[in-house]
Design a protein around this ligand. Sequence first.
Ligand code: GDP
Length: 310
Amino acid sequence: MVGSALVRKLEMSAGHCIITRSRQELDLTRQEEVEAFFAHECIDRVYLAAARVGGIKANQEMPADFLRENLQIQTNVIHAAHTAGVGRLLFLGSSCIYPRLAEQPMAEEALMSGPLEPTNEAYAVAKIAGIKMCESYRRQHGSDFRSVMPSNLYGPNDNFDLDTSHVLPALLRKFHTAATTGGQTVTVWGSGRPRREFLHVDDMASASRHIMDLSPAQYWSVAKPHCSHINVGSGTDVSIVELARLISAITGFKGQITFDSSMPDGTARKLLDISRLKALGWQPETSLEEGIAQTYAWMVEHWNQVGETA
Ligand code: GDP
């Protein structure tokens, strides 16, 4: 999802050649393949968006996969980029790096100030390691390796699999299915009380490009050597029940919303402090309503491929 949004964004301007590899063409968990790729291509800038990602259920059930695959991907890419002399790299993390009880909105300095949320601790530890790798390569080798931490992303090419997806695509799929098949109820996991901040993936791509293009002096005037990452969010959050009502209205569902208290809530609230991002001159453009409506239209248009994921 993020990779294709970045390509759409980069294609809007000329003057560069975009090099991509699909998962089938290059397995980023394999060090030798990654080193051979970087040795063969001549790459100036790297957007490291590749990761094993998933929603609360997948994170809980497969922590070993989330930890191992993300550590492998980011270690292989960051080190191969350094070895190949890549000038600049942008590592994409996640807002789950922050402590479970972090003060809201969460500033970059909250990193490692308390225990993590257990439902996605393994993924968070991998992403924290990625930030620290970028900082360490800068300290030891002078590499201009930067990091951005997005809130919950959504948009075209999202994962709509109900077992492994995040909440927004899962609810789009559940409400659409109910609305079009005469379903009377839609079940939302947990209490509906947790609050989440959502960002359209095109805004994420635009922020990533903006941060990548800043001069070292601009970026490092805001980023700090031991706290170098930049939060990327919309600046507002909604409760899961508010999100469910919004999606219900957009899909035209007329039935009842029920809550499955046997499913976990996860972190009570995840809202990012985006002061650093604003100081660097970037603001989000897509409202949640517009973004969901656009993603809903995309999902319906691609229902054949979306519907294949059970
Ligand atoms: P999180 O932000 O890491 O907690 O990941 P998710 O996006 O998977 O979940 C966010 C919140 O939405 C949690 O409180 C979930 O329990 C809740 N939620 C409600 N219904 C669903 C659903 O159908 N799928 C998912 N993934 N989460 C849901």
